[in-house]
Design a binder for this molecule. Structure first.
Ligand SMILES: [Zn+2]
Ligand SMILES: [Zn+2]
Length: 523
C-alpha cells in the first residue's frame, strides 16, 4: 500500500505565444501521463499547473500586438488552456501566476527572506537604452552569448542555457527600438543571497540525500561547482508583475523567476479555495511526495533557486522529492523555442495529426537523458510501426475474431495481478522513465502478436478446411482457437488499460465499443 499523497507540478508554461511541441515534451506531457498513471494506480494525487504570466516578454509581445499587457496575457492564457485540453492534458487545477493568492504568498515569503537576512541591496550594472531612456530588464535585450556565441536573451543564453550577467552579453540590442545605442548604468537592486541560504540551510545535505536523477543532479552540481552567486530579484523598466513591497523599491517588480516557482504554491492555494482542501496538507507535510517535471533549462531554478526561496523563508514548505528534468527535443539543430519562432506550434500539430499520435510519439522519444531529434520521417515510422501495426492492429484483429467467432464468455481481467502492471508501477515509483513504460507495453504487444501468429486462431475448424481432416479434429481446433482468443483478450485488456494514460482518446473509443480500426496509417 502506497501511503504518501502525490503532488505533481509541471513547469508553468510561459504563454507569450502559442505553445509548441517542445513545451509539451519538456514537462507538460510527461507530467500529465504520470498523473494519469497515478490515478490508474488509485493514488491520492493532484496535478497543479498554470500559466507563467509575468516577465518582460509579455510586454514585448503585447506591444507588438498593440494591446494592453493584461489583455494579451489573459487572451493567451485562455488560448493555450484550450490547446492543452485538446492534447488530452488534464489538471487538478490549471491557474495563473498573476493571482491574488500568489501575490500574497510571494509577499509573505519575500518578507520572511528579508527578515531572515537573505535579501540585500546592491548597485548593479544594467543595460540602458539611450534612445528609449529605459533600463532593459531581462528579455528587453538580446545579444551574443560570451560563452558559446549563441543567442543571449536577457538573463539566459538560449543555446547553452547559462544564466548571464550583463558583461556576458556581447553586442546588445534594445528590443524596444531595435537599436544598439546601449550603455551600462548602475541601478540599485535587491539580491537573493543564494550562497548564504545554501550554506545556512545545509542544502548540500538535502541534495545528496534527495536521490535526484543523474541528469538533473549533474546539471545542479555543475552550477554548485562553479560557485553560487547572489541573484537580483528586482526589475526596473517594466510595470508588469508584482511590485516589490519594500521601501525604495515600490517602483520595481519581482524578477519573474522569483514569483513563478512560488506560483506552484499560489496556484495550489487557488485550488484549495475552490476544493476546501488545506494548503498545509499539500505543501507543509512529509506525507506528500512532491514530483516536479521541467525542461533542462529550468533545472537551476528548481533544484537551487526555488529550494533556497522556500528554505530561506523558514516556513516549513516541502522541497522537491523527485525532480524530472528533461533534455530538449530538437527540430534540426536548435531546440524548439516559441519565443524564437523555432518549432512546430501545437495548433498546427493538432491540425496535422490526432493528439494521441503526438502523445504516443513524444513519450516514445521522450528526451530523458540526452537531446532527441525530431523528424517527420521518424514520426511517420514510429506511428505506423509501433502505434498502428504493433498495438492498433493487434487490438483490432483480436476484437474482430472474437466477434466473428461469437465468443461471449469472455473472462474477467484483473489488471493489477499482471506482471506488466507490477513492472510499470515499480518503474513509476522509482526511476520514473516514461519512455521505458511505453517500451515495456510495446514489447508485450510484440509478444502477443507473435503468440497470435504462432497459434493462428483464425484458421477454421470446419471439416472442409484444408487444415483439418475430420469433424472431430475441426471442433477440437475451434475449441483451441477459442482458448487462444480468450488468452489474447486478456492480453489486450491489460495492454489497453496500461497504455491509456498515453493515448487516452483512442482507449476511450475502444472502451465505448467502437468497432472501427483505432488509427489510420500515415502515408
Ligand atoms: Zn551560450
Ligand atoms: Zn531602445
Amino acid at each position: 500500500m502506497y501511503n504518501k499523497k502525490i503532488l505533481i507540478t509541471s513547469a508553468l508554461p510561459y504563454i507569450h505565444g502559442i505553445l509548441h511541441i517542445g513545451n509539451l515534451v519538456g514537462s507538460l506531457l510527461p507530467a500529465d501521463v504520470y498523473y494519469k498513471y497515478m490515478k490508474l494506480l488509485n493514488r491520492d494525487v493532484i496535478f497543479i499547473c498554470g500559466s507563467d504570466s509575468h516577465g518582460t516578454m509579455f510586454e514585448v509581445s503585447a506591444k507588438k500586438a498593440g494591446i494592453p499587457t493584461a489583455d494579451y496575457v489573459y487572451d493567451m492564457h485562455e488560448k493555450n488552456k484550450k490547446i492543452l485540453e485538446c492534447f488530452g492534458l488534464e489538471f487538478t487545477y490549471y491557474g495563473i501566476t498573476n493571482s491574488e493568492n500568489n501575490k500574497k504568498i510571494t509577499y509573505e515569503i519575500f518578507k520572511k527572506l528579508d527578515k531572515n537576512g537573505y535579501i540585500f541591496e546592491k548597485n548593479s550594472e544594467m543595460f540602458y537604452c539611450e534612445d528609449c531612456k529605459l533600463y532593459l530588464a531581462d528579455r528587453w535585450v538580446e545579444g551574443k552569448c560570451a560563452h558559446c556565441g549563441g543567442l543571449a536573451r536577457g538573463d539566459q543564453c538560449d543555446d547553452c542555457t547559462k544564466i548571464l550577467d550583463t558583461n556576458e552579453i556581447l553586442n546588445p540590442i534594445c528590443i524596444h527600438c531595435g537599436r544598439k545605442n546601449i550603455t551600462r548604468k548602475k541601478l540599485k537592486n535587491l539580491y537573493l543571497d543564494l550562497p548564504k541560504i545554501w550554506a545556512h540551510k545545509k542544502l548540500d545535505v538535502w541534495l545528496n540525500s534527495n536521490k535526484m536523477d543523474s541528469f538533473p543532479l549533474a546539471v545542479t552540481k555543475g552550477y554548485l561547482n562553479k560557485g553560487l552567486k547572489a541573484r537580483a530579484i528586482s526589475r526596473s523598466g517594466t510595470n508588469w508583475g508584482f511590485h516589490i513591497p519594500k521601501q525604495g523599491f515600490e517602483e520595481q517588480v519581482f524578477y519573474v523567476w522569483f514569483d513563478a516557482p512560488i506560483g506552484y504554491v499560489g496556484i495550489t492555494k487557488d485550488w484549495c479555495d475552490i476544493s476546501g482542501e488545506k494548503l498545509e496538507n499539500w505543501w507543509k507535510t512529509d506525507k506528500v511526495k512532491l514530483v516536479q517535471f521541467l525542461g533542462k533549462d529550468n533545472i537551476f531554478f528548481h533544484s537551487i533557486f526555488f529550494p533556497c526561496i522556500l528554505k530561506g523563508a523558514d516556513e516549513n514548505y516541502n522541497l522537491v522529492n523527485k525532480l524530472k528534468g528533461y533534455a530538449f527535443l530538437l527540430g534540426g539543430k536548435t531546440k524548439f523555442s516559441k519565443s524564437r519562432g523555432v518549432g512546430l506550434n501545437n495548433e498546427v500539430a493538432l491540425e496535422t495529426f490526432p493528439a494521441d499520435y503526438w502523445r504516443f510519439y513524444l513519450i516514445y522519444k521522450l528526451p530523458e537523458k540526452t537531446d532527441t531529434l525530431f523528424s517527420w520521417e521518424d514520426f511517420q515510422r514510429i506511428i505506423n510501426k509501433e502505434l498502428i501495426d504493433n498495438f492498433g492492429n493487434l487490438v483490432h484483429r483480436v476484437k474482430t475474431l472474437i466477434k466473428t467467432k461469437n465468443i461471449i464468455d469472455l473472462p474477467q481481467v484483473n489488471i493489477e495481478k499482471s506482471t506488466l502492471y507490477e513492472k510499470i508501477k515499480n518503474n513509476l515509483d522509482n526511476e520514473l522513465l516514461l519512455s521505458k513504460v511505453l517500451k515495456d507495453i510495446l514489447n508485450e504487444c510484440a509478444e502477443a502478436n507473435k503468440f497470435m501468429q504462432d497459434k493462428a486462431p483464425w484458421k477454421s475448424g470446419d471439416s472442409n478446411d484444408k487444415f483439418t481432416q475430420s469433424k472431430k479434429e475441426g471442433s477440437l481446433r475451434e475449441a483451441k482457437n477459442k482458448e487462444v482468443l480468450k488468452e489474447l483478450y486478456i492480453k489486450i485488456q491489460i495492454i489497453s488499460k496500461l497504455i491509456s494514460p498515453i493515448i487516452p482518446n483512442a482507449i476511450k473509443r475502444l472502451e465505448s465499443g467502437e468497432n472501427k480500426p483505432l488509427f489510420e496509417k500515415i502515408t
